[in-house]
Design a protein around this ligand. Structure first.
Ligand SMILES: Cc1cc2nc3c(=O)[nH]c(=O)nc-3n(C[C@H](O)[C@H](O)[C@H](O)COP(=O)(O)OP(=O)(O)OC[C@H]3O[C@@H](n4cnc5c(N)ncnc54)[C@H](O)[C@@H]3O)c2cc1C
Length: 372
């Protein structure tokens, strides 16, 4: 029963509804594609309507953020941080500042089964748990509720997530908190946990070992090679670039396993709801060929005065150079435009239960060979 008045293909799984439900009648349940959706237990639901009010899709968020935000190319001066981050490591530098002042950071961590889930940390030694992009949808669980408790007790919190997750948090909280910093990133889209586990299971069988660590966009061959590194328990290290890794092929070339709402994302564009937007500064070498880009360059878009203050606090710890938002977006269209649903998406999900991941992707590549 759809108490939420929300079409399934519009739901982002931000879980603001579940976090706000006063009597626990909403749970997030996986559908046949492996994506989570709210499920309302009508025997317990008291029809209070709070879930509808918390939904960032049903209710537009009125953004007071800057229409023409300042834009920077930046990276951490700590080489270890820069190399081990997806872009230029600005997330880690922001986290260090927040935690050093007694604050908390919420972001996505890997679980032992390699799926992703949001958590909250307040120890600098744990920042690496949140570091790096996980190309599978992170489960929010009750993190919004816990963030609200921290904010209400006066603690500073930085939340990092997809633009829709940030929208969910802002709508759930409703009240404006001076002690909250919201950081989103340019997001291509969230992938199905089912597709991702199928991919990993195929590799486990192929390499006859459990997986120790998944590392997308590893920089061993440079920042822009999109190298996937998977470390196996048996000592084997798997490396493949965006053209040879079958998961990246399915994600970046054929748009096979993204959440339906990602093809019509309402949280892209400007003004953003967040204080800071992070991303990769693709194409920066065209503007400044002297820049040393191989270890990764962050795109940093400052959407609010609070965001500017927090970014300025990184002076001395980062390299930064002002740039134009138009140039940044031109080379990173996902900032403003959703990617289309892949033509072979249904073909993929019709087979994902029965067939081998490698077999399905290779058959899609074959079907589309003539189109290059
Ligand atoms: C699914 C996805 C798609 C992306 N698409 C683009 C894109 O099209 N263009 C672009 O320029 N940048 C994209 N990014 C952002 C980019 O990859 C970097 O995450 C960002 O630039 C921050 O890099 P960093 O070096 O500062 O920090 P990193 O150390 O890489 O920081 C990672 C941060 O992202 C959070 N995070 C990681 N995975 C997830 C997840 N699945 N869900 C929610 N939060 C997560 C972590 O908690 C951490 O806070 C995407 C990221 C993800 C997760």
């Amino acid at each position: 029963m759809n108490i939420l008045d929300l079409e399934k293909e519009e739901c982002t799984a931000c879980a603001a509804c579940m976090n706000t439900c006063p009597n626990g009648s909403i749970k997030m349940i996986s559908d046949e594609e492996g994506f989570l959706y709210p499920d309302v237990d009508v025997r317990v639901c008291i029809n209070c309507g709070l879930c509808k009010l918390a939904c960032p899709v049903i209710n537009n968020i009125v953004s007071e953020k800057n229409q023409n935000p300042d834009t920077y190319a930046a990276w951490s001066l700590d080489e270890e941080v820069r190399l081990n981050s997806t872009s230029g490591g600005i997330f880690t530098e922001l986290s260090r500042t927040v935690i050093s002042k007694g604050g908390y950071v919420s972001g996505a961590k890997y679980l032992p089964n390699h799926l992703a889930e949001h958590t909250i940390i307040n120890d600098e030694n744990n920042i690496d748990i949140l570091r790096q992009s996980k190309y599978v949808q992170s489960e929010i669980k009750f993190v919004f509720k816990n963030i609200k408790s921290l904010l209400d007790s006066g603690k500073a919190v930085m939340f990092v997530g997809t633009p829709c997750e940030c929208g969910g948090l802002i709508k759930y909280l409703e009240k404006k908190y001076e002690n909250l910093l919201v950081v989103d990133f340019i997001c291509r889209g969230s992938n199905s946990p089912k597709a991702y586990l199928k991919y990993l299971n195929g590799l486990k069988i192929k390499y006859k070992s459990d997986i120790k660590k998944v590392w997308f966009k590893n920089k061993i061959n440079g920042w822009n090679k999109f190298c996937t590194k998977i470390e196996f328990e048996n000592g084997i290290d798997y490396y493949a670039d965006r053209y040879t890794d079958l998961y990246m092929t399915g994600y970046l070339k054929y748009n096979l396993f993204m959440r339906p709402c990602c093809s019509n994302c309402r949280f892209k564009g400007f003004p953003r709801n967040s204080d800071i937007t992070l991303g990769d500064f693709w194409g920066i070498q065209l503007k400044d060929s002297q820049l040393d880009i191989e270890k990764g360059v962050s795109l940093v878009i400052i959407n609010s005065a609070k965001g500017q203050l927090c970014f300025d606090a990184l002076d001395g710890k980062i390299f930064k150079e002002k740039n134009s938002i138009e140039f940044a977006i031109k080379n990173n269209p996902c900032a403003v435009k959703s990617v289309n649903i892949g033509r072979e998406r249904q073909y993929f999900f019709d087979r994902v239960e029965e067939s081998d991941f490698e077999e399905i992707i290779k058959s899609i590549v074959d079907k589309n060979k003539d189109e290059g």
